[in-house]
Write a protein that binds this ligand. Structure first.
Ligand code: AMP
Length: 212
């Protein structure tokens, strides 16, 4: 099964993508996670990506597409859930040749996205990447990941100055691509303001209908 997942920042798409990958044995490809890893590198690309991410901007399309295509090629026939790509119409065009089964959109308002992003914390160990929230899901021991014991931090791009820019970028560049998948009859919208398990139940209902 080949799934795309869309949603504003902090819509819960990363959380749902992980649950979906586990349940349907799909490879979870999250371009944001890939770039956050590259961001830490002391290379030219690392520096470039750091400046873009921290400023709430997108990484250039050619770089992103190359990274995603190389990853997909390495998967062979394995199914995947792609989280964070394509993110604008140029990327949609570059990705058009890859057939997909469904595009899920997790819907939340801008106000909800801001509230959630300000509260989001993540495990600093990229191999774990557990997601926390200072309002609804605090780690048991402050600042320490329940799963692996690494430090729990706030993403630099979840800080207020980046949040506004990221939402603007989403509205301008990513929202229009929903129309593209809608016209193809591939888009399914899911209300993202409900509890994680109830959203996942609805998604399972959608995905179980797809042959795989
Ligand atoms: P995310 O965690 O998906 O919000 O991604 C974090 C950051 O990674 C974004 O703000 C971009 O700078 C970069 N990024 C992730 N996916 C893409 C993409 N498809 N195209 C360009 N930049 C991306």
């Amino acid at each position: 099964m080949k799934v795309l997942i869309f949603g504003k920042q902090a819509s819960g798409k990363g959380t749902q993508a992980k649950l979906i990958a586990e349940k349907y044995r799909l490879v979870h490809i999250a371009t944001g996670d890939i770039f956050r890893e590259i961001r830490k590198e002391d290379s030219e690309l690392g520096k470039k990506v750091r400046a873009l991410i921290d400023g709430g901007k997108l990484v250039p399309d050619d770089v992103t597409t190359e990274i995603v295509m190389a990853k997909l090629k390495s998967l062979g026939k394995k199914g995947f859930i792609l989280d964070g790509y394509p993110r604008n119409l140029t990327q949609v065009k570059a990705f058009e040749k890859i057939p997909i089964d469904i595009a899920l959109l997790i819907e939340i308002s801008d106000a909800e996205a801001v509230k959630r992003m300000s509260a989001r914390r993540i495990c600093n160990n990229s191999k774990c990447g557990e997601i926390y929230n200072t309002l609804v899901k605090k780690p048991k021991q402050e600042g320490k990941c329940d799963k692996c014991g690494s430090s729990v931090i706030q993403r630099d791009d979840d800080k207020p100055e980046s949040i506004k820019k990221r939402l603007e970028t989403y509205r301008r560049e990513t929202a229009p691509i929903m129309e593209f998948y809608k016209k193809k009859g591939l888009l399914k919208e899911v209300d993202g303001t409900r509890p994680i398990e109830s959203i996942f139940r609805e998604i399972r209902g959608i995905l179980d209908k797809i042959k795989h």
